[in-house]
Ligand binder design. Structure first.
Ligand code: BES
Ligand code: ZN
Ligand code: ZN
Length: 460
């Protein structure tokens, strides 16, 4: 989306629609003097408007404008501040992020309507706009761009997004930035001893990839933050095949991986002065005569073994290898992001991702950054008692819990066994894989948690 600046609405062509707010409930289009239109949005109690509500309001503006097929809007920054204490930069960034996210639709596979798609093309900011506000708009636009690029990957059907293509997308996304991308193939993965990645991909005709992205924004030799993303390009469940409609949307099981890829690219685009590494183990989980059997034992890169009780708990198997590989970077922090267990949805609903962290202060800070970014997260315990439930019989660790309960926690405790030697954060983003009704986002991928990861890279 393009932003332009103008002293007054009168200086702009008549087709530019002015955005205003009223205290009424309804949203409507007003005919202004001189033939101009205004889009009037109802904000019933403006004094009670919170940051969370402002996020939705910004998206609503674009969603309503799109529905009316308006492609050019104008607004005054001050009108969006209400009684919130936000700096110009912060406010402008929030608006640009959410305008951009609301302007997204996945139309790749659709026949365009006769009258064309209705996307917002240009937004004019009226009045005096500080250089800080301009910076915020620019940053917000970059952030929205990467969130939406992440949504594109996640929304792409499984047939068109096997591990090989996901790796190509990483290369493409990094073009023109300082990010270096490598994609290891099956033989290199074998050489590294990543028995987990190999095991899960055995049943698929598509070979695995291990995607490595490196961005050096900080000093040479400075410890990096390593982001690890689950890249299951389609999750059938394997031999423990998913029943009924549980397989729907499983082309999105690489949402964590896509978020990591685009967060590393975003770090480069924002010029974040940190060293960042992105690791994405990419596999397709298929039922097949050549695939994993329940009872198989896999040796991971660290030497620890996994007893596979259920081939559908594949995410933690490939992440075990990636977390082991992360150690090579001597990282300051490792953050993994995964659509790991449906139990996360049972625990939290669809409004926040589950947050696990080995350090209490880091956990609190991430919660705050969650609020600020709009990628909301909620903390869960990493108590060692839960590890009892994933202790193996034939192998070291079971990939599914002996207990029926607390699946989101036992999955995290499984991962913790492989996240050794560094501070570690785990985000189960199952709850935020898909946008909800009422969020003023297109159906499909929500693009979480790219906004949060960017904030974490900047501020932790
Ligand atoms: N990819 C799924 C988790 C998932 C579920 C993501 C719903 C998005 C929406 C994961 O690989 C999985 O299948 N987990 C199992 C784990 C179980 C076998 C212990 C689950 O959640 O049922
Ligand atoms: Zn699964
Ligand atoms: Zn999965």
């Amino acid at each position: 989306m393009r932003y332009i600046f103008s002293k007054a609405i009168e200086d702009l062509p008549k087709e530019v629609v002015f955005v205003q707010f009223s205290k009424e409930k309804e949203t409507y289009v007003v005919q202004l003097e001189g033939g101009r239109k205004a889009l009037s949005l109802g904000v019933e109690e403006p004094e009670k408007l919170t940051r969370r509500k402002l996020v939705l309001l910004a998206r609503q503006v674009v969603a309503v404008a799109k529905a009316h097929r308006f492609s050019r809007l104008a607004f005054s920054l001050q009108d969006f501040r209400f009684s919130l204490k936000l700096s110009d930069k912060d406010l402008a960034e929030l608006l640009a992020v959410n305008f951009g996210m609301a302007n997204y639709e996945f139309v790749e596979y659709k026949t365009p309507p006769k009258e064309g798609w209705s996307f917002m093309e240009e937004i004019a900011v009226l009045g005096k706009v500080s250089s800080e506000a301009k910076k915020g708009l620019e940053r917000g636009n970059l952030i929205a761009g990467e969130v939406n690029a992440c949504r594109d990957l996640v929304n792409t059907p499984g047939i068109d997004m096997p591990p090989r293509v996901l790796a190509e997308c990483a290369q493409k996304a990094a073009q023109g930035t300082k990010v270096k991308v490598k994609a290891l193939g099956k033989q290199e993965i074998e050489k590294l001893g990543m028995g987990g990645v190999l095991g899960v991909s055995r049943g698929s005709a598509e070979e695995p990839r291990f995607i490595i992205m490196e961005y050096q924004g900080g000093k040479k030799g400075e410890k990096p933050v390593v982001l690890v993303g689950k890249g299951v390009t389609f999750d059938t469940g394997g031999l423990n095949v998913k029943p009924g409609d549980a397989m729907t949307d499983m082309h999105m099981d690489m949402a964590g991986g896509a978020a990591v890829l685009h967060s590393v690219v975003l770090a480069a685009k924002l010029g974040i002065k940190k060293n960042v590494v992105g690791l994405v183990p990419a596999v397709e989980n298929m039922p097949s005569g050549t695939g994993l059997h329940p009872g198989d034992v896999l040796r991971t890169i660290s030497g620890k073994t996994i007893e596979v009780l259920n081939t559908d708990a594949e995410g933690r198997i490939i992440l075990a290898d990636a977390l082991g590989y992360a150690k090579r970077y001597n990282p300051k922090l490792v953050v993994d992001v995964a659509t790991l267990v449906g139990a996360a949805l049972v625990a939290l609903g669809q409004r926040a991702s589950a947050l696990f962290a080995t350090d209490e202060r880091t956990s609190q800070k991430i919660q705050e950054l969650g609020e600020e970014s709009g990628d909301y997260v909620w903390p869960m315990p990493l108590w060692d008692e839960y590890a009892e439930d994933v202790k193996g019989t034939t192998g070291d660790w079971l990939n599914t819990s002996k207990s029926r309960y607390g699946g989101v926690i036992t999955a995290a405790l499984f991962l913790k066994q492989f996240a050794e030697g560094y501070p570690w954060v785990h985000l189960d983003i199952c709850p935020r894989m898909i946008a909800l009704e009422g969020e003023y986002l297109a159906k499909g991928a929500a693009g979480a948690p790219v906004r949060l990861l960017a904030k974490m890279l900047e501020r932790l």
